[in-house]
Ligand binder design. Structure first.
Ligand code: XIL
Length: 348
């Protein structure tokens, strides 16, 4: 009898403390999905077990980008994307598709002829359509949403809101409209996202909202906004994050945080020229790091009526694109949960 009551009180203690939650996906099941970006090297038994315990959405960190999938015309490289998709299929995990059009890691051959000159816009669209539709159809059973266009808006001052990429040089803003239409034709059920960084910045947020409204007016099926979430321990302030979420919610029905990480150095955003030197983990830096993660999750929980998914950009510091010295994720360079992991789990 005493044993039974001991078990009951232990159980209620666990229940009250929230420790019965198995992982982030369980702790946050009433708020949003919790996702993770993976590359081929994450597919080890130890990491797979961690993914299955903690997350209920998976993104390919690189494997589904055009430059990875079709580096040359009609030469397809499905290996890593298929491995990750098959892992998800085997365990009933759904995926965020990333990404169909981006100026980086793009299948640049689509833009040029054999002499290195731009092809006619029509030729480019034909190639793009084939690429998008082949990829979207292949993963239709497992991918529930796609980042269709990534980072088409410029950061700097100036009147033109669009990034001056080769895509823009050839097509103007029309490639955005086309890409969304091609994706919708290939999978009418997938949610289609525009995805970008510095998305909290009021100036860029305004540009993105105007672009989305304009594209929708012209017939682009844009369902959602992907807020990349490449932050640091100083930025953003929570008021700014709240404001941005509120503004995006006025122009789209779905908002995801798509690539969350928090650096200890001063850089933030999507620049691929990453400074991998983090700040030394003094008590002050550690405290700021924890504070930032807890503030971020508190703010995201407050907006859980608008935010449907929060994805970390890789599983652990060991494999982060920012380098382990930037200390950016909830699991460390040895794949062990940091103190802040438990605090996020318990919604402190
Ligand atoms: C990054 C990957 O994490 C790196 O491994 C790769 O070398 C470059 O791209 N914005 C995006 C992501 O949308 O696709 C980028 O991912 C990070 C910035």
């Amino acid at each position: 009898m005493r044993k039974v009551s001991a078990i009951i009180s232990l159980a209620s203690l666990l229940l009250v403390s929230g420790a019965w939650a198995q992982g982030l996906k369980d702790a946050y099941k009433d708020c949003f999905k919790v996702g993770v970006a993976l590359s081929g090297r994450n597919l080890t038994p130890e990491q797979e077990a961690l993914v299955l315990r903690e997350f209920n959405s998976v993104t390919c960190e690189n494997a589904m980008k055009p430059g990875s999938l079709q580096p040359e015309k009609d030469k397809w490289n499905w290996r890593d994307a298929d491995r990750i998709a098959d892992f998800c299929r085997a365990h009933g995990l759904k995926m965020r598709g990333h990404c169909l059009v981006w100026h980086n890691q793009f299948a640049n051959w689509m833009l040029y002829d054999e002499h290195g000159n731009f092809v006619d816009k029509k030729v480019f669209y034909k190639r793009l359509k084939k690429h998008i539709q082949t990829v979207v159809k292949r993963y239709k059973d497992v991918v529930y949403c796609w980042d269709v266009v990534n980072e088409a808006i410029a950061d700097g001052p100036g009147d033109n809101p669009y990034r001056k990429s080769k895509l823009y040089e050839l097509c103007g803003d029309e490639f955005i409209l086309k890409a969304f239409k091609f994706a919708r034709q290939a999978d009418p059920d997938a949610l289609l996202f525009y995805n970008d960084y510095n998305e909290i910045n009021p100036h860029k947020c305004e540009r993105i909202c105007q672009m989305i409204l304009d594209m929708k007016r012209r017939g682009a099926p844009i369902d959602g906004m992907g807020m990349q979430g490449h932050y640091n321990i100083y930025y953003p302030r929570m008021e700014e994050l709240s404001d941005a979420i509120t503004k995006y919610a006025r122009v789209v029905d779905h908002i995801h945080i798509t690539e969350l990480d928090v650096r200890t150095n001063m850089q933030q955003g999507g620049d691929l020229n990453v400074d991998k030197t983090g700040a030394a983990l003094t008590p002050e830096i550690s405290a700021r790091f924890e504070r930032q993660y807890l503030d971020l999750f508190r703010t995201l929980r407050q907006h859980s009526d608008k935010i449907e998914a929060v994805t970390f950009w890789n599983l652990a510091d060991k494999y982060s694109w920012l380098g382990a010295d930037n200390y950016p994720l909830l699991f460390d360079k040895d794949l062990r949960p940091k103190d802040v992991y438990y605090k996020v789990l318990n919604k402190e």
